[in-house]
Design a binder for this molecule. Sequence first.
Ligand code: GDP
Ligand code: MG
Length: 783
Amino acid sequence: MTLKELKIGGSAVITEVGGEGALRQHFLDMGVIPGAEVKVLKYAPLGDPMELLIHGYSLSLRLADAAQIKVTELDKDIAAEVEEPHRKHREHPGLGEGGRYHEAHHEKNEPLPDDAKLTFALVGNQNSGKTTLFNRLTGSNQHVGNFPGVTVDRKDGPIKGHPNTLVTDLPGIYSMSPYSSEEVVSRSFVLDEKPRGIINIVDATNIERNLYLTMQLLEMGVPMVVALNMMDEVTANGGSVDINEMEAMLGVPVVPISAAKNSGVDELIDHAEHVARYQEEPMRQDFCDDNDCGGAVHRCIHGIAHLIEDHAKRAGLPVRFAANKVIEGDELVLKQLELDENELETVGHIVLQMEKERGLDRSAAIADMRFSFIQKVCRETVKKPRESIGHIRSRRIDKLLTGKFTAIPMFVLIMGLVFWLTFGVIGAGLQGLLETGIDKLIALADKAMKEAEVNEVIHSLLVDGVFAGVGSVLSFLPIIVTLFFFLSLLEDSGYIARVAFFMDKALRKIGLSGRSIVPMLIGFGCTVPAVMATRTLPSERDRKMTILLTPFMSCTAKLPIYAFFAAAFFPDKSTPIVVALYLLGIITAIFAACLYKGTVFKGDAVPFVMELPNYRLPAAKNVLQLLWDKAKDFLQRAFSVILIATVAVWFLQKFDMNLHMVKNSEESILAAFSGVVAPVFKPLGLGDWRIVTSLVTGFMAKESVVSTLEVLFTGDVTTAMTTLGAASLLVFSLLYTPCVAAVAAVKRELGKKWALTLVIWQCALAWVIALIVRLVGMLMGGV
Ligand code: GDP
Ligand code: MG
């Protein structure tokens, strides 16, 4: 039977993994290998994908992929089994001079000179606590999340108190095979930038799956320490790890830590410094067993390792690593090795012989070898914790949040609640308060300057320009911070991963996979991090498509525009108008996705294979840090881009071409320039040059639309356009080009051509849809 046919609650052992290429490799790397035991936990509300228990963690995958996996049903429940480790007591090898794993090397290895910079790569699975540890090590404050792949940018910094060191936080990866662009980044970092040491962070609550990456890192022969993280959770639930035995089996120092509780981190630093200073390679790089199924895999790996040794050295690749990659058929490594025809043929024969003897294909055989070794290590050293309270809680919460009938209503409810709290309760209250404060301040400054008889031009610049412009935007600070607060709460708690899980089927209809929902939701906050978050998507096609769709989500910077016009033109209908705009953005994105799917991005979204992390309550410190960052970011923008834009606009509307101050801004430089562009907007009912100007400044930062209008309209905006004009303006500003920062982010990800195309395409689309809105409005009798 296939995995797809297995009933909920049923356990089985995998006999065969179908499929091909990178995806199949990814399945194998995630532990879906022949011989592994699985249990079906549940199906997503729309019936697809399914959630499995495998190697002690939850994995979700699509039914179509499950249909390619053959299984034999077991009549036991694999989740119920608890294995006691076979314990032997072993002395702790200790650190440094007397240490068992250090001593041997000292004879041949001189320590690096004191002034040598010790560089470390922080490598680990997604969600293993890398960023938390990174922050502990460096004392900096990166964003911590509970979603697979929140770290998308490479970050580095020196270890606190150790000036001559540098730690780089790499994106979370499951394996060294290039499946997503992040795995390529991490792998080439270790291979090309040659850090002096690796700090491999392992989630001890999920040890089997995490050690899979450790095996591959050990093969690279780089000095390494294993940081066994989340030990607080393991011990709290009655689990334990025999550290000394594990060190002996892995041949590298293993340090139990809790990054969140800051325990064991100092010891980790000591060990890391030591292995890097003495350049101590892992004692063990060999995980094959000559007794395992006749030793077929063992002989194959060693045979190929000898065969390619010279090529690997020339290409600067660790031999063991290269040999395994050659067997797996890794294209990148094969290309680097430059084997000649004869050697390639020999490799082919050796692999074929191994496949025949072992009864598994090449990739499965290697994955199986690694997992067999891991199982041996775990059997000897790990006492599994009881099902943790966190996990029981997660399962309970999941019953509701991903239940068949409750998931989607709960999602709508949660998002509705988030928006209502942000705009209706917390944000709005604070905003009103701030607005009054700012108005009072402006009035005060106005009065003070009048009394001091300040020069009229300066007075006008400050009051009509800077204060009115920047002030109008500043009052949005509370709303923006509140929205980010809720989004980060959803992300950190692990809920967004669930949304990806149950939205997968729906998103596939428009050519995307469940994972694309993450950047989209972040897009409601700001397009820049949303575009960056797409790096976690495993396929280029999905990634490009998602990047091109995120700008349609209404980011927080567009809010001031909505609020400004809704208040002026639809005072008693402002909430439905804002809601309608958010929905219109989403609908346009769906429409655009269907269009892309049929034209530029033909083909299917990649399969969905993802780990569902436990729900975790985000630490208050992290949340506060994030809020502070966002507030700072916003204030910086208000006082740089937006301030400059308002001053420039003020200046351009106060002077004419001969730099004489004008009485009437109709004669100003700005009016002359904008007058040229204005006809384009005439059909939309937006012929007024001041409106056109504000839209142009909106390209710098969306908030500038409002600050510019504040400067340009001393009177009432309602005189400049009709209600229908306002409606088409709202639609236009929802959809037209993203701001400079977002375009720059797109350019970084996709290149100049795509960024430029995006700007033009969105402007055109916005123009057309705004026109349609106006025409429909006119047909319905509006003006
Ligand atoms: P990354 O994806 O590897 O960068 O992981 P993060 O640093 O973002 O952490 C993922 C989650 O694990 C967050 O919710 C952290 O608060 C939590 N976490 C990290 N370290 C520990 C730890 O030592 N103990 C416990 N209980 N939780 C931790
Ligand atoms: Mg991280």
